[in-house]
Write a protein that binds this ligand. Structure first.
Ligand code: G3P
Length: 221
């Protein structure tokens, strides 16, 4: 399973990149706004900086909701760097845009996916990635991870190439469950990624190893 970081924060992207386990970055208009990035030129410059930090896929989302504008925006974004992936919302014109970019050989990420039916449409339109939003489904009292399971089953039965990118990931359990249920990629905030490190037995075990080493060293002196 690939690990993407879900942020537009350059320091956090660099930190994840330095760990040596980062496969890519996803952003969205809310994440860009959180970093105070606005205006076409600033947004483009920011994507350029992200692409300079990581050689992995970088999802850049279109703002337009009609086909012609999505294509225009997507083509401009694709010019920024070779590792840009055009992120397109799951709407009717979005499906058309996915198919357009498929025919042009430009990679895409179909976002705002909340059902298996939508995931079938994304695959039919040739999306490179499909992004089911796990946490937001949990937020309304449904089982987000079941969607990953269902999409993985359908894609395997049908032989679809689209990669399942588990998004709206909030914690380490989501990451582990996404891996168990067949996600190809997980995109998450840095703290969710780092939470996988934590286990009290690791901390206690390391403290004991170091204390024993210290004791033995003192005994030799
Ligand atoms: O990038 C899309 C997605 O990961 C958003 O997550 O936490 O805003 O539901 P969240």
């Amino acid at each position: 399973m690939k690990f993407f970081i879900d942020t537009a924060n350059l320091e956090q992207i660099q930190e994840a990149q330095d760990l040596g386990i980062l496969d890519g970055v996803t952003t969205n208009p809310s994440l860009m706004a959180k970093e105070g990035i606005s205006g076409t030129n600033n947004v483009m410059q920011h994507y350029k900086k992200i692409c300079e930090i990581t050689p992995g896929d970088v999802s850049a989302e279109v703002i337009a909701t009609d086909f012609k504008e999505m294509v225009k925006e997507g083509e401009a974004l694709a010019e920024i760097a070779d590792n840009i992936v055009i992120k397109i919302p799951m709407i009717k014109d979005g499906i058309k845009a996915l198919a357009y970019f498929r025919d042009k050989g430009i990679p895409t990420n179909c976002t705002l996916v909340f059902s298996a039916g939508q995931a079938i449409l994304a695959a039919k339109a040739g999306a490179t990635y499909v992004s089911p939003f796990i946490g937001r489904i949990d937020d309304i009292g449904w089982e987000g991870m079941q969607l990953i399971h269902d999409i993985a089953e359908i894609y395997a039965v049908q032989g679809y190439d689209t990669e399942i990118l588990a998004a709206s990931i909030r914690n380490g359990k989501h990451i582990v469950d996404a891996a168990k249920n067949g996600a190809d990629v997980v995109t998450c905030p840095l703290d969710a990624m780092l939470s996988l490190l934590k286990h009290p037995l690791t901390d206690n075990g390391l403290a004991k190893f170091l204390a024993d080493h210290e004791k033995a060293a003192k005994a030799v002196k």
